[in-house]
Ligand binder design. Sequence first.
Ligand code: NDP
Length: 445
Amino acid sequence: MDKNVEAFMEEIIAKDPGEKEFHQAVQEVAESLMPFIEKNPKYKKAKILERIAEPERAIMFRVPWLDDNGEIQINRGYRIQMNSAIGPYKGGLRFHPSVNLSILKFLAFEQVFKNSLTTLPIGGGKGGSDFDPKGKSDNEVMKFCQSFMSELFRHIGPNTDVPAGDIGVGGREIGYLFGQYKRLRNEFTGILTGKALNWGGSLIRPEATGYGCVYFAQEMLKTKKDSFKDKTCIVSGSGNVAQFTTEKIIQLGGKVVTLSDSSGMIYDPDGIDEKKLAYVMELKNIKRGRIKEYAEEYNCDYYAGKRPWEIECDLAFPSATQNEISKNEAQKLVDNGVIGVSEGANMPTEADGVEIFLDAKILYGPGKAANAGGVATSALEMSQNSLRLSWSREEVDERLHNIMCRLHESCVRYGKENNFVNYVNGANIAGFVKVADAMLDHGVV
Ligand code: NDP
């Protein structure tokens, strides 16, 4: 490891020793940025990287609620307001039992660079709770969301901090959270994105992360004069990002052969077509069932406890969660001839797996670039809320597509190394410059 990165990381680790996901995310960025910062002493002198790695504010709170049996349950809520140099804090809420300070700090840190890359005026934040919506009744989810918002409302606002969804937070949860905010503040403002269409949501927001991730892959393929036509693709997860990644791949002529959830994966060599995808959407979003049921419905293989990375493919789309591709799995993908990986999830590949992709010089789009379409469209939802106007489906999709193309160009500009594009360096440096320059302008704050 570079000496400067080592010294920097020693301080980060000493400050918060237990936060391994946060250290992983910071180290990856520091490795990209340190040579750039050494060449640009103004950033070094102003300690920009040290400041970016410290949240502006980290809020932690108790979330008590009554379950259907009348028992009191207590969860922990968080909001990390990481950086507001270029706009209000923006980033999702995650409800999952694994949620802790380290995971939310890593996500908030990544979000700062991602949001800057979108070219839109949004700062970075993230939040959530260790609450698990799985197996809870609608009533329990509502009670929890109301209690969560009863504290969060005092920290957010349309010009301060605008949360959205993430794992475990979809349209249902955003609805309950919004309802409680409106009741407490007595105002109807765009304080959350991912809202339903009839009360301030944007067309294409549900599709945006998955579509954007595929648009990004399409741009990477174009650099090799290639396309999605007849490509075999593997997708992990079966939630929001996985579903719309699959939809767009089908539309562009590719074939998706896997999906998964935290219990296992399905392998459908015939490909998931639009009809089968509609079944998955109903199964996951309405019935809230398990992906295993797909294998029973369509008579294909189900592998309990497995992830898709051993299946031969041209392109891989990790769309479930962090650290879901290990070093060995990355190697397996490369050995099986993968030509591209576009990350819908945040930090799905472990650090030594990323090394393998970079060494093999495949088209590797890291999450902070490839999945930025979600937050970009959230920012478009904020614009529509401020204008009190709604744009058409075509208009939002076109803006999303343009943003992903521009974002890809920025990564190429900063990441080009001879005949290879290092999208990790490209995304980190391009995202950093805009935030860093704003921080220089604002002085020591
Ligand atoms: P959903 O909750 O809709 O879906 C998550 C999917 O991943 C489910 O299939 C879930 O399975 C699976 N999953 C979750 N945790 C684990 C785990 N620990 N191990 C294995 N599988 C797991 O979330 P999203 O689709 O919204 O988010 C997926 C990823 O995309 C996350 O990394 C998120 O941060 C990222 N992302 C999302 C954006 C958005 O707009 N929604 C924007 C940018 C990034 P199960 O049902 O069994 O839990």
